[in-house]
Write a protein that binds this ligand. Structure first.
Ligand code: AOF
Ligand code: ZN
Length: 326
């Protein structure tokens, strides 16, 4: 199972589908290996079975996720395992996807020996956003912002590009590379004209590009960077976070990075749909300028949403704070 976990991490991290690894073993010898390379491509078990061929008969398959029982973009893995004559299936995480789950029971019914829950925490940790999204029917939402020590995200004249340091800004591109979509409001898109792509320090775009999502009904100029074709972009003409997340879920987006503006952050906080906040705290003071979030309805301390500190990293003189909702 550890070998299967090691294979799974070769899969894409921000895909519609989970990262899954599979190892097929017979008489103490590994006869097949597979990992899932993303939606629309064969599942890990099918790839491992193809390598094993005849040697799959009587073998044990180790899979990080319960084999699927459904006809999705590809056929059911339960059927492929049974047809190949696999005698035993050991899996990690139970499949939380209502459309695909039930594989363990199906396999048992067809006479295959099945053990679930092996290294389940490690298996689930491969796909936290996917697991959240298929369970809650909406993407996992990370709200990211950089602020001065006094909680400002821009100076009074609107300048905001260089609040956090260079390494913190490179770190943001790593965050972008790991999500299905980046969300900003039309206010931010018009004021800052951001590119919203995942890039290296010298400006080259990284392989995976998240969907760029602009929320609101103000018109964007044709020359706006988000319309430059460097990554797909959609404009959602609504102000309701629930509508935004429903639309993104329908597009199989599993995780969202909220990057845009105090009004948008306020709307998402009010709706109670921010799961995580990643804050870059920079050692400067501004005294005036835009706050991270606008008034979202808190009037007394007891009503303030509270968070737990999940992670803390020093980035030179900046701090990266990761908070999760209680
Ligand atoms: C497996 N092995 O390698 C993966 C599984 O649209 P499809 O056909 O790709 O199905 C996607 C669903 O199948 C996904 O949401 C999850 O429940 C399961 N993924 N299952 O047996 C795999 N990637
Ligand atoms: Zn499958």
């Amino acid at each position: 199972m550890r070998a299967a976990l090691d294979l799974a991490v070769r899969g894409p991290i921000a895909d519609a589908n989970p990262r899954v690894g599979c190892v097929i073993e017979r008489d103490g010898i590994v006869v097949g290996r597979g990992w899932h390379a993303g939606a629309g491509t064969p599942h890990a078990e099918v790839i491992a079975l193809a390598e094993a061929g005849e040697r799959a008969k009587g073998a044990t398959a180790y899979v990080t996720l319960e084999p699927c029982a459904h006809q999705g973009r590809t056929g059911p893995c339960t059927e492929a395992l049974r047809a190949a004559g696999v005698a035993r299936v050991v899996f990690g995480q139970g499949d939380p996807n209502p459309a695909a789950r039930g594989g363990a029971a199906l396999l048992r019914d067809s006479g295959v020996e099945v053990y679930g829950g092996v290294l389940a925490p490690e298996a689930e940790a491969l796909n936290p956003a996917w697991t959240f999204a298929v369970t809650h029917e909406r993407p996992w939402v990370t709200w990211k912002f950089a602020m001065s020590l006094d909680g400002r995200t821009a100076a009074l004249d609107g300048t905001s590009q260089w609040i956090s340091n260079e390494r913190s800004r490179a770190d943001v591109h790593e965050l972008r590379r790991r999500v299905g979509a980046i969300v900003v409001g039309t206010g931010t898109a018009l004021a800052d004209d951001p590119r919203l792509t995942a890039r290296t320090a010298d400006g080259a775009t990284l392989g995976w590009q998240p969907l760029r999502v602009v929320v609101g009904d103000r018109e964007l100029p044709a020359a706006a960077h988000v319309l430059d074709g460097a990554a797909p972009t959609v404009q959602l003409r609504t102000h309701d976070p629930a509508v935004v997340l429903r639309e993104l879920h329908a597009r199989d987006i599993r995780s969202v990075l909220l990057e845009g503006g105090p009004m948008l952050a306020a709307a998402f906080l009010r709706a109670g749909v921010i799961d995580e906040a990643i804050v870059y705290a920079a050692p400067l003071l501004l005294g005036a300028g835009a706050p991270a979030v606008a008034d979202f309805g808190v009037r007394t301390l007891a009503d303030a949403p509270t968070w737990t500190l999940h992670d803390l990293v020093r980035i030179d003189d900046d701090l990266r704070l990761t908070y999760r909702r209680k």
